[in-house]
Design a protein around this ligand. Structure first.
Ligand code: SF4
Length: 494
């Protein structure tokens, strides 16, 4: 491998208002508001905070006509305040709402799962976007594919690719190239597989649309940052990605420094664009290199493991090459890297981005972060979180928490903190904490239990994909969730 040559996947340039992505430009960072889109004051103030933090592209949900119409007022207020932030409308279900929003914004994100190819709705939207110079994002989400795609391909990375390619081919047929594409999932393995398979499919058809990267419902705190860094880092390390969003269940402006840290971390990194190991990712055929069943962290016995330490400026490529050059093809490997960073968060994000992809690729079996200035317990915690984000070892409850948006029906940050306080000692459980019933159930994907906003002050609880308590008062919901976990034998006393 030639480590001195750097090349990102070549993409065409797409203009989103005053911001251009792709075409060799630096990776742009972006975020999404979590205010009510009908609340002009609050939405404008939040967009301005995101812009000041460095996020030049901001998305707002437009769930209905009223919200879509209010985007016009929001854009006017922003411009009057001197902000040229690129404004994006997020449309999920109603094609007619996209048509309203496209009158005002710089980009429209649609979920192809909600469009039918035989009604001409998509063609009409493309014509409208072309006329006003509006960009389009084909935003595929694991968990909300069209029924006809799921019936044939299942809710899989392959199904996500089929869904995206159908609409990308339509864009090409219509000679519309102001298109960005995303393939998000809260499951990093699914997400990385979907993007890599998509890039392969696009390369085969000589498509060069820019790519928006993101891990959905990553949660908050260090865990949320690490999960995003593992998924986004794996793809940035491949040379894939033109714009990124780190979704956190926190104030949206908190997402920007994390996203920028990732972009800067990979900005000068040598490497070669290559789609790596697509065969390892599909949930049905995922294979690890060695037979180690419980991957280790550095404080555990390492007998029988080969420790490989990265010393160059491109740790992921260096370690990948070293592992693939080992004489014994299945010898268990611990990957190690030294970090001197001012905060634990920076150590965590960089280590997750550097070492996480090797774990996710099934190449490594353990992790060793050498970071002076932090306690062994802190580093061990980060290492365990990286193993979990790479879906190799589940040592704590995983929260699949949405970042919240204009649809959110309750205080999601406070609620997540309360749920975490009661349940974080449980192991091997995934709990979905979702702001709305419209998208929440689909997007919490493989959660074991779900806590979903059903109406103001009302929660619906799920076990897997099944509703077990509908519309219960929020004051009772956490106790009922604990009861449900207990009744299903998953509870242990703290
Ligand atoms: S689940 Fe609902 S509230 Fe949460 S981000 Fe998605 S659309 Fe918004």
């Amino acid at each position: 491998m030639n480590l001195s040559k750097f090349s990102r996947r070549p993409t065409c340039a797409v203009r989103i208002g005053r911001v251009v992505i792709g075409g060799g430009r630096p990776v742009a960072v972006q975020s999404m508001t979590n205010t009510d889109t009908n609340d002009t004051e609050a939405s404008v103030a939040q967009i301005e905070r995101i812009d000041r933090a460095g996020g030049r592209i901001v998305r707002l949900t437009a769930q209905g006509r009223r919200e879509a119409e209010n985007l016009g007022r929001i854009v006017d207020r922003l411009r009057a305040d001197g902000f040229d932030t690129a404004v994006v409308a997020d449309i999920h279900f109603l094609p007619e709402v996209a048509a309203v929003a496209a009158q005002y914004v710089d980009k429209v994100r649609i979920n192809p799962g909600n469009y039918r190819s035989d009604r001409g709705e998509f063609e009409a939207l493309v014509a409208q976007c072309r006329e006003r110079g509006v960009a389009l994002r084909i935003g595929v989400n694991h968990g909300s594919l069209a029924r006809r795609v799921v019936d044939r391909w299942g809710d899989t990375p392959e199904g996500m690719v089929v869904s995206a390619m159908e609409f990308l081919r339509a864009c090409r047929r219509l000679e519309f190239d102001q298109v960005v594409v995303s393939m998000k999932s809260s499951n990093t393995r699914v997400m990385v597989a979907a993007y890599r398979l998509l890039v392969e499919a696009m390369e085969r058809e000589e498509m060069h649309y820019p790519i928006h990267l993101g891990v959905t419902e990553a949660g908050n705190g260090l865990e949320g940052r690490i999960k995003s860094a593992v998924g986004i880092g794996a793809l940035l390390a491949d040379g894939i990605g033109d714009t990124i969003r780190v979704s956190l269940t926190e104030a949206p402006e908190n997402e920007i420094p994390v996203a920028q840290l990732l972009v800067d971390h990979f900005a000068d990194r040598p490497g070669e664009f290559e789609v790596r190991h697509p065969e390892r990712y599909s949930p049905t055929v995922y294979r690890r290199r060695s037979r180690v069943t419980v991957p280790v962290v550095h404080t555990e016995p390492l007998d029988g493991f080969r420790v490989l330490e990265a010393l160059s400026g491109n740790p992921t490529a260096e370690l990948r090459a070293a592992i693939l050059n080992l004489e014994t093809a299945d010898e268990p490997v611990v990957v190690k890297r030294h970090y001197e960073e001012p905060t634990l968060e920076t150590v965590a994000v960089k280590a997750a981005a550097d070492l996480g992809p090797l774990l996710l690729d099934g190449l490594a079996d353990g992790i060793w972060i050498d970071a002076p200035g932090y306690s062994e317990a802190e580093i061990r915690d980060v290492e365990l979180m990286i193993l979990q984000a790479a879906r190799l070892r589940f040592s704590r409850t995983e929260y699949i928490a949405c970042p919240s948006c204009g649809r959110t029906l309750y205080d999601i940050e406070g609620t997540l903190a309360a749920i975490r306080a009661r349940t974080s000692h449980l192991k091997n459980l995934r709990i979905g904490v979702m702001g709305c019933i419209v998208n929440g159930p689909g997007e919490m994907a493989d959660a074991d239990y779900g806590y979903v906003g059903a109406a103001p002050g009302r929660i619906t609880l799920y076990k897997g994909r099944t509703v077990v308590a509908r519309n219960i008062p929020q004051e009772e919901a956490l106790d009922r969730l604990v009861e449900l976990i207990r009744a299903n034998g998953h509870w242990v006393e703290p």
